[in-house]
Design a protein around this ligand. Structure first.
Ligand SMILES: Nc1nc2c(ncn2[C@@H]2O[C@H](COP(=O)(O)OP(=O)(O)OP(=O)(O)O)[C@@H](O)[C@H]2O)c(=O)[nH]1
Ligand SMILES: [Mg+2]
Length: 299
């Protein structure tokens, strides 16, 4: 019998899957948030590295995919380029799902932070990540995606609409609770005078009519007025895309994100820290829970 079948469904585990385009700040965030959860919130947590080419880890992973396979090994043995080798590694991981599961089970009741590779196709149409995490979900792993995109994409209407479409297609493909993050928010603040709109416009993404006007005025995109309107309409129809700005050196911003993530993956209702009907109700109306109030006061 495979290990997956022997794992008791009744047990629940919580965690977050940190994804996003190359260089968006995933590894840096994982290291910071691990330290923050452990030291400030006293939460038992571990990092799982699922990037087979993660050269600059500033943390010590509890599970490291590079012990199973690395991009370099795949390139050398199969004569592949870096992207093909990465895809091979992820498929190899899917085939060796039991290896991952045994390692995860050894972490028992720790909160899990998954550091993922940056190749966007893994999250928009390739099946491996979706398959691995669907299987984990089925056996009691309550996970939520943190989708990081670099704040600099707010600097231009075409880049921002691409970001919205990327977030939307990732949300639809991965099918896990999703929290979109604008990373490096310190840079956004620093260059705010150069933005077309205030920060709220980028974080709430409610009315894209203004963005449409800018797209229709820009020399390149003005040729595609109908397409612009259709794209903006698509994002608005789903009404799901909003962003939380995060700067890794601000504990307040890590805390705001933590509160959103704990609601998204259900940690706030799980075992361990204080859970109550009051917490459930305050989530429903968007108010702050007791735990959140405590956390904010504590910091
Ligand atoms: N200013 C600023 N820089 C940041 C922040 N977070 C990350 N960075 C920088 O962004 C760069 C890329 O960060 P990484 O954590 O390696 O990004 P990544 O998404 O893991 O990259 P890949 O794994 O290659 O896809 C590094 O130089 C970080 O120092 C932030 O909040 N503010
Ligand atoms: Mg990384």
């Amino acid at each position: 019998m495979s290990i997956a079948k022997r794992v008791r469904v009744a047990q629940t585990f919580f965690g977050q899957l940190v994804i996003g385009p190359p260089g968006s700040g995933k590894t840096t965030y994982c290291a910071k948030v691990h330290e923050f959860y452990k030291e400030k919130l006293n939460r038992k947590c571990e990092i799982i590295n699922l990037d087979p080419a993660n050269e600059n880890m500033t943390y010590k992973p509890a599970v490291d995919m590079m012990e199973l396979i690395t991009v370099e090994e795949a390139m050398d043995t199969l004569n592949l380029g870096p992207n093909g080798a990465l895809m091979y590694c992820m498929e190899y991981l899917e085939k060796n799902y039991d290896w991952l599961l045994v390692k995860l089970r050894a972490l028992k009741d720790s909160y899990l932070i998954f550091d993922m590779p940056g190749q966007v196709e893994l999250y928009t149409h390739h099946g491996t990540i979706k398959n691995i995490f669907t299987k984990l979900q089925d056996i009691g792993y309550h996970l939520c995606v943190i989708h990081m995109v670099d704040s600099h994409y707010c600097s231009d209407p075409t880049k921002f609409i691409s970001t919205l479409l990327l977030s939307l297609s990732t949300m639809l493909q991965i099918s896990l609770p999703h929290v979109n993050v604008l990373s490096k928010a310190d840079l956004l603040k620093k260059h705010s005078s150069k933005l077309d709109f205030g920060l709220d416009f980028y974080t709430d993404v409610l009315d894209l009519e203004y963005l449409l006007q800018l797209l229709d005025d820009a020399p390149f995109t003005s040729k595609f007025k109908k397409l612009n309107a259709a794209l903006v309409g698509l994002v608005e129809d789903y009404g799901l895309v909003s962003f939380i700005p995060v700067e890794v050196n601000s504990e307040r911003s890590l805390l705001t994100l933590k509160n959103a993530v704990d609601k998204a993956n259900g940690y706030v209702y799980g075992s361990g820290e204080e859970r109550s009907i009051q917490a459930l109700l305050s989530c429903a109306v968007g108010a702050r829970t007791e735990t959140e109030r405590f956390d904010t006061d504590y910091l």
